[in-house]
Ligand binder design. Sequence first.
Ligand code: ADP
Length: 624
Amino acid sequence: MREKQKKPSLIEAISINLKASKEISRVCPGLFSSLAAANALEAVNNYLFIFITARLLNELVGQCRVGKLIQWAVFGAIAALIVELIVRYFHRRSQLLEEVSGEAIERLYMEKLFSMDFADVDKHSTHDLLAQIRQNERSVGFGFGAVPGILSDIIYSLTSVLSGIGLTVSLFTSKVTADGPLRLLNSPFIILAAVLILMGISYLAGTLNKKAESNWTHGKELSAKSNRVRDTFVKLGRSVLGAADIRLYRQEKIALNHIRSEDAYGPGGAVDKLVLSNVGVLFGLSQGGQMLFTGGAYVLICLKALGGAFAIGSVTQYAGALALANFTVFNLFGAAGRLTANASYLKTANRFFEIPNLMVQGTIPTEKRNDREYDVEFRDVSFKYPGADTWALRQLNVRFKVGARYAVVGENGSGKTTFIKLLCRLYDPQEGQILLNGIDIKKYDYREYMDLFSVVFQDFQLFSQPLGANVAGSADYDAGRVKTALEEAGFGERLKELPQGLDTCLYRDFGDDGINISGGEAQKIAIARALYKNAPFLILDEPTAALDPIAEADIYAHLGGIVGDRTAIFISHRLSSCRFCDEILVFDAGRIVQRGSHEALVSDKNGRYSAFWQAQAQYYKEDR
Ligand code: ADP
């Protein structure tokens, strides 16, 4: 739905729509210039025909000079040909660009989603807002997607009105030459009164049209729910999953009843009622006003022609130009109505685009050190997820020794992954500070700080792209280093089997030549990607969860060598894999309740770690 706030003024609406058009131009260059050229020239073209016809008629009923007639005819034909060629060229181009503009607008949303703070991507409110914007675009037809159409209408109508005025100025200035009461039409006051009356009627008809358009927009909003209900059931009808239930329980009756009861367009539906009352009456009155204008204009033209103010050819010019201009004034008001309505929807869309990036405000570059002496410390850090009542982490104090290996253990939900997310600055803590070499990490350049971490999260993401590009995170990569990383992560043997090697595409989203990989293989590739990044911190969150026991043992056997001089943090539910770590942090309900080496923690018989260890002891015997 659109913003439930004061309706924007016309000036505000123009500014909001123009700002949106600038954004669309950025991802779809050439769209608005082509639309402007095509629409403006098309509007002029209509008047060109009226103008040339009037010149020919005037010559025919006047002096009837053959040379002049040929001159006007040739000029008319050449001018029409040139304008038509240009109009067609820009029309074709703008049609093409309009077709791709939907995808380009989608890219605007994607760019924003990719660049916004992780905490915002993770919020329900962000996704609700996005769903609302999509619903507005699809069901009501307003938002960014409506901007090209509305601006085209306005350019066309404005050019048309201005051209019409240009061709009718002489209607008001030309003098009646015959004697008699028609001479009164030479009085500037009478002409001014005629102009004002015509403008008044045109304005009134236009305003009624604008009101009708705006109420019609509201009507489309009323149909949004009906569209949603229909779409949901259509999708359900196509789905194989629900097909059995629908048959067994005759669920189609519920569906059809629901569709009927929500049908906004059917007889007696919300939209039908609106058309029968308010919208229908307003449209009718505005059309009536238009007819009144045309009638009034014809009376003036005929009277002046009778008084000898101009020849018969000019009568066709004025009548044609005024009728056309009046029609486009009418459209202009309609377009202005849609422009104002669209501004409300754009405000909703802008709420999404204006979600601030709070994370990127730091400016200090991180030190570029070969010795990897990056000292990170959590000082009294507490954190709650947005909208949550309970603390996910409470008063954490940890200082990572450079080059040491840490294990993070604890029950599900004890805060291990959250701890890592804060360390990489996907979230900022509400209390306490995280420091890098003594400086609050918020003060560092966000991207540079993130560059310090190679992380494999449990829900890591690989793309349907070549293997090499997946590991390097880029299409340009050092093939030797990518291979080494894959070998270190345990993917070496599988790589040898791939005929296209690093060029093998993962998954089959874009073609049949891709390969499907198992969860374990994907995890190895994700580990290789972390190794290729070669950041000073290597963090693996349940790195072997999807691996079979042999692959897991293999990874852990090599982990010491793989980690090298990096500071490493492993989250693992298998305590046996933590034994090689220098320090183990035991999490419980968001706090670190125990820390120390494996031996020290196991010997503390009352501690949590010892309890976990005992519980898993059976496991390890089997492992061994
Ligand atoms: P662990 O990694 O130890 O299983 P997490 O760090 O994932 O634990 O979760 C810690 C707590 O935070 C849990 O209570 C979990 O439900 C909650 N939590 C995790 N992710 C989110 C989230 N995105 N939004 C709200 N709460 C979350």
